[in-house]
Design a binder for this molecule. Structure first.
Ligand code: DC
Length: 233
């Protein structure tokens, strides 16, 4: 079904509840672009790790912010993988940004206002032509407060940690379930309580709890609402 207008779809929600997968599938269905903004915060985090700006578990904000102009992030479509990959300063970092080490520090990097300003400006530019599904934590509240359709996705922490654990084990990462659960809980806490652009439910967002839904079912719920609201009947 076609939509009667070109729209911006904002998907926010808790860590590891399938926001990116949902956004990607919605974009595929509508032939829209898909932007994973978490990948951008992860790329900056990887830059900080590789530059030695994380010491004793703390990100050195001043050193990282001083380098902001040297951090170039892009998304490029990989024909072999049939998906878009994250490029940091000319290098494909799609795998590297998904490790537990990066996940552990990404929330700390994402509290830094100077970094948020740079990434938000890039994201707004990417959405200028509409026809986009973007996922993150502040898309419906800060990046596109006027987005045509907003989803807030969540699931119970235990279920989210189980999904993430399986993903990491499938990639041969050596992780303990308890560490993954702790990471999910601590990211939720930092993301929701930070001063700048905390994760919160936008007034006009549709809340979807997918604790008991698989990805196809979650997609069906989202598409039903999109077609109901914007379908060209
Ligand atoms: O969605 P993710 O787990 O890949 O995101 C990585 C980190 O970046 C996460 O701790 C939250 C943060 N983030 C954010 O603050 N704002 C966004 N729009 C996207 C992600």
């Amino acid at each position: 079904m076609n939509l009667k207008k070109e729209i911006i779809i904002a998907i926010d929600g808790h860590a590891s509840c399938g926001k990116s997968t949902l956004a990607k599938k919605i974009a595929q269905e509508l032939k829209y672009s898909y932007i994973d903004t978490g990948a951008m915060y992860r790329a900056v985090t990887l830059y900080a790790i590789n530059s030695g700006y994380i010491k004793n578990g703390e990100v050195d904000k001043n050193l990282l912010v001083a380098d902001l102009d040297k951090i170039d992030i892009d998304f490029v479509y990989d024909n072999q993988l049939s998906k878009s990959v994250t490029i940091l300063n000319g290098k494909n970092v799609e795998q590297e940004i998904r490790t537990m080490q990066v996940s552990d520090f990404a929330s700390q990097v994402a509290v830094i206002s100077e970094i948020r300003r740079k990434l938000v400006a890039m994201q707004q530019k990417m959405g200028e032509k509409k026809k986009i599904a973007m996922d993150g934590r502040d898309i419906g509240t800060v990046v596109f407060p006027d987005a045509d359709f907003k989803i807030f996705l969540t699931a119970s922490p235990n279920i989210r940690a189980q999904r993430r654990y399986k993903e990491l084990i499938d990639k041969n990462e050596k992780v303990e379930f308890s560490d993954v659960l702790e990471n999910v809980l601590s990211r939720d806490k930092i993301d929701s309580t930070r001063e700048d652009s905390p994760l919160k439910l936008a007034d006009d967002a549709v809340l979807i709890d997918n604790s008991n839904l698989n990805i196809q079912e979650t997609l069906a719920v989202a598409l039903a609402i999109i077609y109901e609201r914007f379908g060209d009947k």
